[in-house]
Design a protein around this ligand. Structure first.
Ligand SMILES: NC(=O)c1ccc[n+]([C@@H]2O[C@H](COP(=O)([O-])OP(=O)(O)OC[C@H]3O[C@@H](n4cnc5c(N)ncnc54)[C@H](O)[C@@H]3O)[C@@H](O)[C@H]2O)c1
Length: 262
């Protein structure tokens, strides 16, 4: 077993699936993981860019809309068949809302952000868990956002979806750890990617991450992250697990075991 694991597990030959892999953080992660020896399936709704990134990293492009419940099971099965095993599933695709969600509602826009940012993480997890079990364990990382830990008043809907991801990962991380499946959330601050290019004027004086900074943080989390952790990623600061101080631990007392190298 060469899967990624805390404490120095190697990525050489590991089977990796990345959603939203055609652009920004997902593409940077594909490059980072492929450079470490992983075999990468680049999943995206944008076929051409997915094929470009896949060609660049010597991987495969798998095209589909991850908000469609039929798509993640199909793509996970394809990746597992291509690589013979799946060790890491990076549920990273995401969109922004084009409304606040606090007054008149654009229902299609609302369904879209919930579909991509929330439903896809649930569909992706439920599809990935049996494949990771077959591999003897592995890792699921979901890209949430700093907006999953603190509010973004200019975008309550984005805040809603990313808080949902953090809550899901914290609970599912505890539930899956006994199976040898580690689930963590990545919570980057603003990063210079296509997602926010049309809002750059808002960030003129704001310290920005690059997509590569976020991929590096994901790589560090891959080495050191523990089940159910949500890691903040901010410019000029080492990434690390958010503390959730002042509130109790998981209800029911279920604390995920700390995982060590194997
Ligand atoms: N850029 C930021 O400031 C920032 C900050 C925090 C979190 N994030 C999160 O990081 C993740 C990656 O975003 P990014 O900044 O790299 O943006 P990006 O727009 O560069 O990349 C997102 C990718 O997801 C793909 N995608 C969108 N909807 C899809 C769907 N239905 N099916 C399949 N693929 C789909 C897009 O085609 C694109 O390639 C997202 O979850 C985003 O919410 C971004």
């Amino acid at each position: 077993m060469n899967g990624p694991w805390p404490g120095g597990g190697t990525l050489e030959g590991a089977g990796v699936l990345i959603t939203g892999g055609a652009s920004g953080i997902g593409a940077a992660a594909a490059r980072r993981l492929a450079a470490a020896g992983a075999k990468v399936a680049v999943v995206d709704v944008a076929a051409g860019p997915a094929q470009d990134v896949a060609a660049e990293v010597g991987g495969y492009a798998l095209v589909g809309d991850v908000a469609d419940p039929a798509v993640m099971p199909r793509l996970v099965a394809q990746a597992e068949a291509l690589f013979g095993r799946l060790d890491l599933v990076f549920l990273n695709a995401g969109v922004v809302a084009h409304q606040s969600g606090t007054s008149e509602l654009d229902l299609a826009d609302y369904r879209k952000i919930v579909g991509v940012n929330v439903d896809h993480v649930v569909y992706g997890t439920s599809a990935a868990v049996p494949a990771l079990r077959r591999a003897g364990g592995g890792t699921i990382i979901a890209t949430a956002s700093l907006g999953g830990l603190v509010p973004i008043p200019s975008s309550p809907l984005y805040t809603l979806t990313k808080h949902a991801v953090v809550g899901y990962v914290r609970a599912a991380g505890a539930a899956l750890a006994d199976d040898g499946i580690r689930m963590c959330a990545l919570c980057p601050g603003f990063a210079n990617t296509r997602l926010i290019t049309d809002r750059m004027d808002q960030f003129a004086d704001f310290p920005m991450l690059s997509a590569e900074d976020v991929a590096d943080a994901m790589y560090t989390m891959l080495d050191r992250g523990q089940p159910g952790e949500a890691w903040y990623v901010q410019p000029g600061r080492d990434p690390g697990p958010y503390g959730f101080r002042g509130v109790p631990g998981p209800i029911g007392g279920v604390r995920p075991p700390r995982l060590t190298s194997r």
